[in-house]
Design a protein around this ligand. Structure first.
Ligand code: HPA
Length: 297
């Protein structure tokens, strides 16, 4: 157990114990993991041969505290493909260390997962974005990481990945292409975009000055999750697709009274959740058809 600074508090044995516990409880051997964001947990409801575990029953697993995040790990098949879904994730603002936030990603890796799809809700910064748009993430800005809140700080465990991983290609080009093609087929093109996601720690929403700064930095949307999980996933060689549902426009104008409420986030997520589910469902059923990216860690 390391406790120095904000470095990893989980040993390889902790990850192994949880992995072995899960492998003993289920015959599923998923190759694809999906992390479901706020109000997006129904993605897991359409699977067959379903098996669920409450986070509190899984050894070493953190427990989620946010309303709208259910807190279950669900195994199941989508068109005969074994998948694992996180219904509810862990956030920095809940007080978890980043090693706890990203704990499940390494469990997925050890279970044999190769591809991870991460979804969340975010605030739109790009002036062209509308509430209800789905943004395919092409890149991110790790703002907490710049301030030293980074999941890979501390001793590097080479069994997961190298000390200085490349992040310039964190989001698989092939999976982004596939997501765009499926969006066209489903006639979603009016509300599917590509862009840059910026992570902030939260829990407060941005001030107007902060929102303007994030725009200047090149962010198209802002949220409080995804980046730690993606960073750890890329470090251990997983293929990543990120989808963010724009649930509100971030206020960048002092003369306008747009305020963000968690209720609003949940309401809009619910409306577009079904469409996002269809996109992910189709993508999961086809993602074996795209060639894996060469891992340039
Ligand atoms: N800012 C940060 N996180 C968010 C927002 C936002 O406006 N909307 C949903 N998650």
């Amino acid at each position: 157990m390391h406790t120095r600074g904000n470095c990893c508090c989980c040993s390889f044995e902790d990850y192994k114990l949880t992995t072995e516990w899960l492998l003993n409880q289920t015959s599923h051997r998923p190759k694809i993991a999906v992390i479901c964001g706020s109000g997006l947990g129904l993605l897991a409801e359409s699977v067959t041969d379903k098996q669920s575990f409450r986070y509190q029953d899984i050894p070493n697993f953190p427990i989620t505290t946010v309303p709208g995040h259910e807190g279950r790990l669900v195994f199941g098949n989508i068109k005969d493909k074994s998948c694992v879904f996180m219904q509810g994730r862990f956030h920095l603002y809940e007080g978890y260390s980043l090693c706890k936030v990203t704990f499940p990603v390494r469990i997925f890796k050890l279970m044999g997962v190769e591809t991870i799809v991460v979804t969340n809700a975010s605030g739109g910064l790009c002036p062209d974005f509308k509430v209800g748009d789905i943004m395919i993430i092409k890149d991110h800005i790790n703002l907490p990481g710049f301030a030293g809140q980074h999941p890979l700080c501390g001793p590097n465990d080479e069994r997961f990945g190298i000390r200085f991983p490349c992040m310039s290609d964190a989001y698989s080009k092939e999976l982004r292409r596939l997501a765009l093609d499926i969006s066209t087929e489903l006639e979603y093109t009016d509300f599917v975009r590509e862009g840059v996601y910026c992570m902030v720690s939260g829990p407060n929403f941005e001030t107007i000055a902060e929102a303007r700064m994030l725009q200047i930095l090149g962010s198209d949307c802002v949220g409080m999750s995804i980046v730690p999980e993606v960073t750890v996933a890329k470090h251990c060689g997983l293929r990543v697709l990120g989808l963010s549902l724009i649930t509100n426009k971030v206020s960048v104008d002092y003369s306008r009274e747009e305020k963000v409420h968690h209720d609003e986030v949940l309401h809009i997520s619910k409306m577009r959740a079904e469409m996002m589910q269809k996109l992910v469902y189709t993508l999961v059923s086809r993602c074996h058809l795209v060639l894996p990216s060469i891992n340039t860690n």
